[in-house]
Design a protein around this ligand. Structure first.
Ligand SMILES: [Zn+2]
Length: 82
């Protein structure tokens, strides 16, 4: 076990991961609802399943207004099942 080697790359790794995590956290983040006129908790709903990824819709938890959509790219190989 090389402890020095373990600690250093781990820190760099987490720093890089933070940027990606911010986008993942977007799921749990509150979004602005034009109808409630405030930031609201959202519900994620699967809208479409496309070859390039899944499209999700975000609904206001209070009034069910659509407050946003998101493309969740699954990074699948571009093979299409015919
Ligand atoms: Zn609302």
């Amino acid at each position: 076990m090389d402890r020095q080697n373990f600690a250093k790359p781990y820190r760099e790794y987490t720093q890089q991961e933070n940027t990606a995590d911010m986008f993942k956290e977007f799921d749990a983040t509150q979004l602005y609802c034009p109808r409630c006129k405030q930031a609201v908790p959202v519900r994620k709903r699967l809208l479409l399943v496309l070859p390039e990824g899944d499209k999700y819709e975000y609904l206001c938890a209070f009034c069910s207004e659509t407050v946003g959509t998101k493309m969740d790219k699954n990074g699948a190989p571009d093979s299409i099942i015919v």
